[in-house]
Design a protein around this ligand. Structure first.
Ligand code: SAH
Ligand code: MG
Length: 195
């Protein structure tokens, strides 16, 4: 049996610039899962498996399906999930989330992938979310740039900021969901499905 500590994943992510959830963000998410008795979770963007491992560790009857398109990160996530003995709780898929179709329905969908595609993820996976289920979106602050992008002159970054602002407007105007925004981690939205 391999003994691995969650801190070693946090360290690995830091050294290798892998944007895993920040401490207060993941704490908020795992508390939400606990308090709302969430059992079935879909995650878009596994990276090295950190948040999937944290979510599955909340309780042994929680199931997480997580999707990662990058093969190298996927391989690392598979290894980490194994090392944490969470194979029975976590199913990881190596694919682009926009090109796969799932039949299952979930209590919670966590969107933490390519920021330019958030509306597409939201609309694609709406059918996989139960009524009263919730979509949690990460990185809506984008290091503070969504509020104030005067610090960057990079065109790609500015484009991304625009896309995130558009997603925030989309969430606010979406009447089928009730969205609350939290200034936690890198900015989190919790959208509850009303109908
Ligand atoms: N949720 C992770 C961090 C994810 S980082 C954690 O907190 O531990 C975002 C990841 O999303 C990256 O590894 C990237 O490769 C992946 N990604 C981006 N777009 C994707 C897509 N369309 N489908 C699947 N994975 C995607
Ligand atoms: Mg994130």
């Amino acid at each position: 049996m391999v003994h691995i500590r969650i801190e070693s994943l946090e360290e690995y992510a830091k050294i290798n610039n892998i944007p895993i959830m920040q401490k207060d963000g993941i704490e908020f998410l795992t508390n939400y899962i606990k308090e709302n008795n969430i059992k079935n979770i879909l995650e878009i963007g596994s990276a090295i498996g950190y948040s999937a491992i944290k979510m599955a560790s909340v309780k042994s009857d929680i199931k997480v399906t997580t999707i990662e398109r990058d093969k190298e990160r996927y391989d690392l996530a598979v290894k980490n999930i194994n090392d944490f003995n969470l194979n029975n709780q976590i199913t990881i898929i190596n694919a682009d989330a926009l090109f796969i179709d799932l039949d299952e329905t979930f209590d919670l969908i966590f969107i933490d992938a390519a920021k330019a595609q958030y509306i597409k993820f939201f609309e694609k996976f709406d059918k996989n979310l139960k009524v009263n289920g919730v979509i949690v979106s990460d990185n809506l602050s984008f290091h503070g740039l969504v509020l104030d992008d005067s610090k960057t002159h990079n065109r790609n970054t500015k484009q991304l900021v625009k896309k995130i602002r558009k997603y925030i407007e989309y969430l606010k105007e979406n009447k089928s969901y009730k969205t609350t925004f939290y200034a936690l981690g890198d900015g989190i939205a919790v959208s509850i499905k009303m109908e």
